[in-house]
Ligand binder design. Sequence first.
Ligand SMILES: O=P(O)(O)OC[C@@H](O)[C@H]1O[C@@H](OP(=O)(O)O)[C@@H](O)[C@@H](O)[C@@H]1O
Ligand SMILES: [Mg+2]
Ligand SMILES: [Zn+2]
Length: 185
Amino acid sequence: MTFGKKLVILDRDGVVNVDSDAFVKSPDEWVAIPGSLEAIARLNQAGYRVVIASNQSGIGRGLFDMATLNAMHEKMHRAAAAVGGRIDAVFFCPHTAEDQCECRKPKPGLLQMIIERFEVDPAVTPVVGDALRDLQAGAALGFPTHLVLTGKGRKTLAAGGLPAGTKVHDDLKAFALTFLTSQDE
Ligand SMILES: O=P(O)(O)OC[C@@H](O)[C@H]1O[C@@H](OP(=O)(O)O)[C@@H](O)[C@@H](O)[C@@H]1O
Ligand SMILES: [Mg+2]
Ligand SMILES: [Zn+2]
């Protein structure tokens, strides 16, 4: 049993929704990964808040604007609610690598904001991603890291160099089942 605020941090593209090397640029292109929204609902039922930490350089690249990103997130929130799930917040970095901001993963800026906003203890707050940079951001602040094999996850696993102790799961649904079982011990 863990004490303190129960919260899980998810990467978006490749974890919640299908990713694309051409970026996810519109609500039509935002398609949930099968089982991911149900996994969010299952985490909520077990008392966990779910928040997202996402790199959205498509904004900085001019591929889509804030109104479109908000429309994508409106679709995501509605789709989660349709299966009884709730995403409490979406933290995103709109910058490109060239902007050298503090919030683009692998920098931990987004995760630091989440710690402050939700008063969570990183040591007991899982970070789930499909890219190495997602995990590096988590490891930088002492979050337990979890790789899912959806999105870029298989390539990430093959490339190696994961933060020590990273757990690997087929998808978000498998993560939720394993994580919640581990919390019962
Ligand atoms: O997985 P999250 O963090 O939720 O979002 C990733 C997306 O913003 C995009 O990130 C881009 O990386 P660059 O920003 O071009 O390095 C590319 O990997 C795209 O394929 C991907 O859709
Ligand atoms: Mg991703
Ligand atoms: Zn940024």
